[in-house]
Design a protein around this ligand. Structure first.
Ligand code: ADP
Ligand code: GLC
Length: 460
């Protein structure tokens, strides 16, 4: 089977959030399991390929000229890079001042049109699209072509003015959304299957509260909507071999974790004592609920726990976190930035991992934390419910602690429970080892995708 897999992000080439890791992890595992995957992504610039050849695309005037560079990337293998006017930029979505590029709709609609032109030139068995950046491709792809669209984050829909409906392709009318053009609702109407990145998120987005204004468009597709949980790259995220850690460890022998813990305490200037350390590794956006932590920080002198945050994004939030770090230097630390090496230490050295998300389609960081024997304390939303059974509600299978609602008070209650329960060393080790023993790799999710592809290609 051959598929075209279109994405705006791909690790390690263009990374903004989890979409990059998910796209890279899934496409690599699909290849391992025998699917021929043409990974098609924007040519943002500066990406080197070996054995390169150029394919010119047949594009309408508004979208072109378009061409594809195909070649071998040293990390990814075969890669298709699409060049259309305006797509090459320093950051996929944002200007250096943090605001979105003003022409993002034009850029990604042209990219999507190029994906359709590529599909037409050399039709695969199936097309797999990811998020809004690729959604309008289906407007110009023949309806006989089997198609899947993955929802990594419904909060980003790329909705823009209705004038595009005259341009994007013969099936454009499906993209009309209250007079505007919505690349996602159009893709929902046209795709054969819609996959949310966790089963619980697939259920949440059917509700008015979780559906970001488009739950009705999803409900209209009935059983075409499903959830398949993400995986992580368990070779990259392996505490037994991780070259970014000062010491390595595994589920049979956790002793190396102590060395990482000490390095983490040193990095944040925390005292060397037995008080549990909770870390956060995140984009600073309202989704991630870091603001819910701020009132909790004021109580840290009374709760025996230290908190260390690594994050980048919203400037106002970063400012609040800097202020908190200055106010409570012994209990709270903040490093601003996107720092892969430090992130590995934050997963490996901590006792607890905090995820106060308001919503979370899947979440990869709780999986990375569990892989490194760090116990998640998370809100009961989205993929967090699917991956972190609460250790009080389910004593035998629990892998972490869940806050019932995304509020400061529920978060504090869950943190309290986590600190008390993990004070008992046997209980703590049990929870840690359960999280470490789960196979979080892409092997099983990729099998689910392949089953789905096979059903769609067979016309079921
Ligand atoms: P989202 O895509 O919503 O940001 P995910 O949990 O799916 O959330 O994925 C985020 C990915 O980005 C994870 O691999 C995480 O380790 C990484 N990450 C997020 N913030 C940072 C940061 N400040 N520094 C290093 N890595 C980060
Ligand atoms: C999005 C979501 C995150 C998910 C990731 C990969 O960025 O916010 O929850 O894990 O996509 O699918």
């Amino acid at each position: 089977m051959r598929i075209v897999f279109a994405t705006a992000e791909l690790s390690p080439i263009a990374t903004v959030g989890g979409l990059a890791s998910a796209a890279a992890g899934l496409s690599a595992e699909l290849r391992r399991q025998g699917v021929q995957v043409d990974i098609v992504m924007p040519d943002y610039g500066g990406i080197e390929l070996a054995d390169e050849r150029i394919i010119d695309l047949d594009m309408p005037e508004w979208a072109g000229p378009g061409r594809v560079r195909v070649g071998l990337h040293d990390k990814v293998g075969e890669l298709h890079l699409v060049d259309v006017p305006g797509i090459a930029r320093s950051h996929p979505y944002q200007q250096p001042n943090g605001e979105g590029w003003r022409d993002n709709a034009d850029r990604f609609f042209r990219f999507s049109r190029a994906v359709a032109a590529f599909v037409e030139l050399d039709p695969p068995d199936l097309v797999h699209l990811n998020d809004w950046h690729t959604g309008t491709a289906l407007a110009a792809i023949d309806e006989a072509m089997p198609s899947v669209v993955s929802i990594h984050n419904l909060a980003y829909q790329g909705t823009t003015d209705g004038s595009w409906l005259n341009a994007i392709g013969p099936r454009a009318r499906h993209y009309e959304w209250w007079g505007a053009t919505n690349p996602l609702t159009g893709a929902f109407a046209l795709a054969d299957a819609i996959v949310a990145v966790s089963p619980n998120y697939a259920a949440e987005i059917l509700t008015p509260e979780g559906g970001c204004g488009v739950h009705a468009a999803l409900a209209a597709r009935g059983p075409a909507l499903m959830g398949i949980l993400n995986g992580i790259d368990t070779d990259l995220w392996d505490p037994a071999t991780d070259p970014l850690l000062p010491a390595r460890f595994d589920v049979a022998d956790l002793s190396g974790k102590q060395t990482n813990r000490q390095a983490l305490l040193d990095r944040f200037g925390f005292a060397d004592d037995r008080v549990p350390v909770a870390t956060v590794v995140t984009r600073l956006t309202p989704q991630k609920g870091i603001d819910l932590l701020l009132p909790v920080l004021r109580l840290l002198a009374d709760v025996p726990v230290r908190v260390a945050v690594l994050g980048s994004g919203d400037e106002a939030l970063a400012h609040e976190l800097r202020m908190a770090a200055a106010a409570y230097p012994d209990e709270f630390g903040f490093v601003e930035g996107y720092d892969e090496a430090l992130s590995h230490l934050m997963f490996a050295g901590a006792d607890l991992f905090l995820m106060p998300s308001r919503f979370e389609p899947c979440g990869l960081t709780q999986l990375q934390a569990m892989r490194y024997g760090t116990i998640p304390v998370a809100t009961a939303v989205g993929g967090l419910v699917d991956t972190v059974p609460d250790a009080d509600a389910d004593v035998r299978n629990g892998r972490g602690f869940l806050a019932a609602q995304p509020t400061s008070i529920d978060l504090l209650a869950a943190l309290f429970r986590a600190v008390r329960r993990t004070g008992d060393n046997r209980r703590k080790t049990g929870i840690q080892k359960r999280g470490m023993s789960v196979d979080w790799s892409w092997a099983s999710p990729a099998r689910e995708y392949i089953d789905l592809y096979e059903r769609l290609v067979a016309g079921d």
